[in-house]
Write a protein that binds this ligand. Structure first.
Ligand code: AVJ
Length: 322
C-alpha cells in the first residue's frame, strides 16, 4: 500500500525532475514550505522589509468592527473558514474581537500541514478559551467539497489571506476562485488578501531583505532536494536573485548558478546540468492594482462588496459575495 508520504514524495520527485530538465528551469514555490521553510517564512513575516503581514494586520485591527457587521448582518452566525491558516496571527485579531462580542461563529482553519495546525489550535485555545474551533487537516478543496458540515451555521465566510493568491498565475487564480465559488452557496462570502502595486523599490526590498532570510528561504529549496532526494547542491554555487517588474506587477525570485556545474540526484539517479548564469525560477508573487483585483473577482462571477486597505495603501483585503 502506498502511504500518503510516499505519494507526496513522488510528486516532489516528479516535479523536481521535470522542472530542472526543462529550459528555462523552474521549481514550484509550493515546495518552499517544508518544516524548515515554514520556519523561515515565519521569520520573513517579522522582517522590517516584509510589509505585507504588518499591513494586513493593520487592516484587521482597524476594520474588525466593520468586518463583523458585514459578516453577521443577519445576526445568524457563521462559519469562518481559513485556507492555509499558518500561525493565524492576523486572524487572531478578529477571532478575539468576535469572541468578546459573543458573536455566534465557529473558526475552521484548513491546512495541509498537521504541525502548523496543531500549533495554531494549541495557541488559540490558550489565548481565546471560548473560541469554537474545528481544525481540518486536508487539502482546501477536498475539505470544502466533502458533504461534511463543520458547525451548526449555514453561512460560510472563507478567508484566503496574506497575498497567497499572488503565487498563482492569472489563469490559475481565476480557476481557483471559480472552484471556491462552486464549493459555496449564494450569500456566502470570500475575503482575499492582495498585495498592491506601489513603489517598485519597496516591493523589491520585501524579497531582498538585508538579513538574508529571504535568500535562505529560497536556498532552502536546494537544501530540501539535498535532504529528500540525496542531491549534492552546493548553496555557495548559487545566488538568490529577486526582481520586480512594475509593468506586469510580478515579483519573481530565481536561483542563479554561479558557474557551469552538474548536480547528482542520488534518489532519482539523474544528473542535472547548469550553465554559468543559468536561472531556476522559484516563485512569482503577483501585485495588483485595485481595478485588476476587481476585474479578477468579477470575471470569476463573484461580487465585490467592500475592500479594506491600510493607511499606506500597501495591501487590500477584498470581501466578495457568492
Ligand atoms: C506566502 C506567498 C504570500 O509571496 O510574499 C515571502 C511568500 N516569498 N518571501 C509572498 C514569500 C518570499 C509570500 N506568500
Amino acid at each position: 500500500m502506498q502511504t500518503s508520504t510516499s505519494l507526496a514524495l513522488s510528486e516532489f520527485e516528479h516535479d523536481v525532475l521535470n522542472g530542472l530538465q526543462k529550459n528555462p528551469k523552474s521549481l514550484s514555490s509550493k515546495y518552499f514550505y517544508d518544516d524548515e521553510g515554514s520556519r523561515l517564512f515565519q521569520r520573513i513575516m517579522h522582517l522590517p522589509e516584509y510589509y505585507l503581514t504588518r499591513s494586513e494586520l493593520e487592516i484587521f485591527t482597524k476594520h474588525k468592527e466593520a468586518m463583523l457587521s458585514l459578516f453577521n448582518s443577519d445576526q445568524e452566525g457563521f462559519e469562518l473558514i481559513e485556507l492555509g491558516a499558518g500561525d493565524g496571527l492576523k486572524t487572531k485579531v478578529l477571532l478575539s474581537h468576535f469572541s468578546e462580542r459573543n458573536v455566534p461563529f465557529t473558526y475552521i482553519p484548513i491546512d495541509i500541514s498537521e504541525k502548523a495546525l496543531d500549533e495554531l489550535t494549541a495557541n488559540l485555545s490558550r489565548e481565546i478559551p471560548d473560541l469554537a474551533m474545528q481544525p481540518v487537516n486536508d487539502d482546501y478543496f477536498k475539505a470544502l467539497n466533502g458533504q461534511m458540515t463543520y458547525s451548526q451555521y449555514t453561512k460560510r465566510i472563507v478567508f484566503f489571506l496574506g497575498s497567497n493568491i499572488g503565487n498563482f498565475s492569472e489563469e490559475r487564480s481565476l480557476q481557483f476562485l471559480n472552484q471556491l465559488k462552486n464549493c459555496l452557496n449564494p450569500g456566502d462570502m470570500i475575503m482575499i488578501g492582495f498585495d498592491l502595486q506601489k513603489n517598485p523599490f519597496t516591493i523589491l526590498s520585501a524579497y531582498n531583505d538585508t538579513q538574508g532570510i529571504t535568500r535562505d528561504f529560497n536556498m532552502n529549496l536546494l537544501d530540501r532536494m539535498n535532504r529528500e532526494l540525496g542531491a549534492d547542491f552546493r548553496t555557495d554555487r548559487f545566488v538568490h536573485y529577486p526582481i520586480y517588474d512594475p509593468a506586469t506587477g510580478e515579483a519573481r525570485s530565481y536561483l542563479v548558478s554561479l558557474l557551469k556545474q552538474q548536480v547528482y540526484l542520488e534518489k532519482l539517479d539523474e544528473w542535472v546540468y547548469f550553465e554559468e548564469g543559468e536561472a531556476v525560477h522559484t516563485e512569482t508573487s503577483r501585485k495588483y492594482t485595485l481595478s485588476q483585483m476587481k476585474q479578477l473577482c468579477t470575471q470569476a462571477g463573484l461580487k465585490p462588496i467592500h475592500y479594506f486597505t491600510d493607511s499606506k495603501h500597501y495591501f487590500a483585503d477584498m470581501l466578495l459575495k457568492v
